[in-house]
Ligand binder design. Sequence first.
Ligand code: UDX
Length: 447
Amino acid sequence: MALKITVIGTGYLGATHAAAMAELGFEVLGLDVVPEKIEMLAAGKVPMYEPGLEELLAKHVAGIEGSSGRLRFTTSWEEIGEFGDVHFVCVNTPQKHGEYACDMSYVDRAFASLAPQLKRPALVVGKSTVPVGSAARLAGLLAELAPVGADAELAWNPEFLREGFAVQDTLHPDRIVVGVQSERSEKLLREVYATPVGEGSPFVVMDFPTSELVKTSANSFLATKISFINAMAEVCEAADGDVVKLAEAIGYDERIGSKFLRAGIGFGGGCLPKDIRAFMARAGELGADQALTFLREVDSINMRRRGHMVELARDAVGGDSFLGKRVAVLGATFKPDSDDVRDSPALNVAGQIHLQGGQVTVYDPKGMENARRLFPTLGYAESALDAVRGADVVLHLTEWREFRELDVAALGEVATSRIVLDGRNALDSVKWREAGWTYRAMGRPKA
Ligand code: UDX
């Protein structure tokens, strides 16, 4: 009999995981505590923008014409307990208010609700990004609260998906990491992931703490790589060098690699910023804070980028202040192909300029609704052209393909001043300059 799988928490991670598990052939039941989310998903609609996810859901959600019917949703914990052989916990662990540590309350509540429903043998698999030591604690909680006792086991299986590539990353992971305490857990997880493992994804087995650390150290490494190149951008600016050329040249060294060396306004989103902070906080609790003090620098280099972009924009509009100046902002999401504006460097810059008296108009292909909710006082336009109309400076802050394909001559016709600042080093400088624009980017020579 094929395993029956439940997925608890249906955000970016959970909704994608649930659809992917159905795609792999399993019967899947997803749960969320927000009934509106469940209603949407049950109708095959995705509560966020993630390329390919809606199609995958439509392919499997029960009740949709032509679907496999393998994927259903519920808000009932009892139903989850009765249904599942393997339960994936995919709830989020945001940064705590006013602290570096991560907020474990969603994870804790999920386990507290699930455990009493485990009346038959089951494997609970944590996927959320958690402070090291959490899995051991949660295993204890399961043992205490599950009616089935030791037959309710825990495993930890961190998720490395990137927003914008969530479906691809989930179906074809570059590695599968599992923290287990028994052969039975390992065997069950090998069964769950038989397809990707068969296709060549490495399956790496380890203990609980190492599996928790893999995730936070991977994200710390990525954040460090971005801040490294942004630090080089600062030096390039001081020395009249070109960070884009520098990144290309060092990237050819296979030991360094060219990915994650794009200098600009830095990283944001729901993961990297809060994960490095939570990692520092946890290391402090463990008495290993010295090991991670460099992450403080990684964080501050990153945050400095946003301020630097604001300064460049102020310079571009005359140098004194933003009062009476119109600023067009292209991009609101923390990265392209996503509607996520959590800790978005683009919105942060837009917000700072607005607070300093600038008249900011934002346009983003997918993030407008979320941006409006977070920053209702900013101006919003329906298109890049409308945002640029009358602008004294144009800021390119999220590298959507749409912005690389803009008719820059037409934009030049409606802008008050033809000055574009590329906060992502992603526009074609030659094209903009040929159309009469002054093009400036971070870490690159002025001319
Ligand atoms: C990240 C990890 O990549 C993923 O493995 C983990 O599971 C979750 O966190 P994600 O938050 O989706 O994924 O975004 P990612 O693609 O890593 O980008 C993070 C931020 O870094 C974005 O704001 C992006 O614009 C920025 N970035 C990325 C750069 O500034 N320069 C780069 O070279 C690469």
